[in-house]
Design a binder for this molecule. Structure first.
Ligand SMILES: NC(=O)C1=CN([C@@H]2O[C@H](COP(=O)(O)OP(=O)(O)OC[C@H]3O[C@@H](n4cnc5c(N)ncnc54)[C@H](O)[C@@H]3O)[C@@H](O)[C@H]2O)C=CC1
Ligand SMILES: CC(=O)C(=O)O
Ligand SMILES: [Mg+2]
Length: 370
């Protein structure tokens, strides 16, 4: 198969979808791989390293899209990429369709085969291609939250861990999945008082077991959220209903209950966000304030730590990408249920329920396209 790896063009997106080590694997499997010049630069990989591994370097993004049967990317295509996408071209990347109607409509119109990293699902319901980036974003959320809690950054001016004779900060983590677990671990390690909320009692039970003593677990419901946010300094939004629009757990009226300078990091922004007042921001301009509450809503947080993120992401994606290249998407998705769950928009049809629900567009069963 002919594979293309474009350079990411989202704001401050420094990850790349295939490393030189990945190129070697594709070539060993008999494939031809084209990499856009400088695609790996932000992650520390030179064109020469890709060429040595067996890739052909192309100077422009247009040439990469024009030649490839499968495009392997990190983030969703940006509007300037839409016209480059061809009918029946396989795109293997994060899409997060439920947060963007224009993207959903563009991919329908282009009749591409859109296989989304974030909905590839194992039989135990885990999301193998989301997990590594959720680990990164969960850990980063505390780093970013701590920074914006500093007074000169607009925050309340509290140190997460406090100091002898002074109480530490209160951190509330909404969603006790991968993001939530990593955030809680980091905040607890710094000495904060942490509360994790989830709607899954088995999950809360598990977290209660493994977390240190400065982490409490509380059932997620509106009543408990309203009560806790009044004494919280940092809120992390890490809820997920796979492939669907995130629920708004913190509504605009709740902001008035919070202390001015409270910081909210909405990691779930890539699925539309779990705070009503969230809108996506960039690493260049990451925060804004509503009613005295600082919002950090960067939709590609791991893009800022590309050394860690590119390696962690490609460790997970490469075996799936090789299967797609070896078998073609139809045979690969027919023989592998995990990959089949990744199909979101195929040949002009939405085949993922959460996406059709998000935009009130027609849904087709995935069997219609396989
Ligand atoms: N902004 C960014 O750069 C990044 C964003 N993410 C996003 O972070 C979000 C979380 O991802 P993961 O932790 O991997 O998901 P996960 O599936 O591991 O965890 C989600 C948790 O939310 C819980 N949940 C669902 N509804 C809830 C509610 N009403 N109240 C409390 N908890 C609720 C679920 O029970 C589950 O435990 C996703 O939207 C993901 O795409 C992930 C990586 C990077
Ligand atoms: C998952 C996601 O949104 C990211 O890694 O950027
Ligand atoms: Mg405890």
């Amino acid at each position: 198969m002919i594979i293309g790896v474009p350079k990411e063009i989202k704001n401050n997106e420094n990850r790349v979808a295939v490393t030189p080590a990945g190129v070697t694997e594709f070539v060993k499997n008999g494939h031809t791989i084209y990499v856009q010049s400088e695609a790996g630069k932000g992650s520390g990989f030179s064109d020469a390293q890709y060429a040595d591994a067996g890739a052909v370097i192309l100077p422009t993004i247009e040439e990469v899209y024009a030649i490839a049967e499968m495009i392997v990317k990190v983030k969703e295509p940006i509007a300037s990429e839409y016209p480059l996408i061809k009918e029946n071209q396989l795109l293997f990347t994060y899409f997060h369709f439920a947060s963007s109607e224009p993207l959903t409509k563009a991919m329908i119109e282009r009749k591409a085969i859109c296989l989304a990293y974030e909905t590839v699902e194992k039989t135990d319901r885990s999301l193998p291609l989301l997990v590594p980036m959720s680990e990164v974003a969960g850990r980063m959320a505390i780093q970013e939250g701590a920074k914006y809690l500093e007074k000169p950054m607009g925050g309340f001016g509290i140190l997460l861990g406090g100091v002898a004779g002074v109480k530490p900060a209160n951190v509330l983590v909404l969603g006790g999945g991968i993001v939530g677990t990593q955030s809680a671990k980091m905040a607890a390690g710094l000495g904060a008082n942490v509360t994790i909320m989830d709607i899954s009692l088995p999950r809360l039970r598990y977290l209660e077991d493994i977390m240190p003593a400065n982490v409490d677990t509380v059932m997620s419901n509106e009543y408990n959220i309203r009560e806790l946010i009044q004494s919280t300094n940092l809120i992390i939004g890490g809820v997920l209903i796979p492939g669907a629009k995130a629920p708004s757990l913190i509504t605009r009226d709740m902001l008035k209950l919070m202390k001015p300078g409270t910081v909210m990091v909405d990691v779930a922004i890539d699925q539309g966000g779990c705070f009503e007042t969230s809108h996506a921001t960039t690493h260049e301009d990451p925060i804004y304030e509503v009613d005295g509450v600082v919002h950090y809503c960067v939709a590609n947080m791991p893009g800022a730590v590309p050394y860690t993120s590119t390696l962690a992401l490609t460790n997970a994606t490469l075996p799936y990408a090789i299967q797609l290249a070896n078998k073609g998407w139809k045979a690969a998705c027919t023989s592998n249920e995990e990959l089949k769950k990744g199909l979101n928009v195929v040949g002009g049809k939405i085949v993922f329920k959460g996406v059709s629900d998000a935009w009130n567009l027609p849904y087709s069963d995935v069997s219609e396209v396989l």
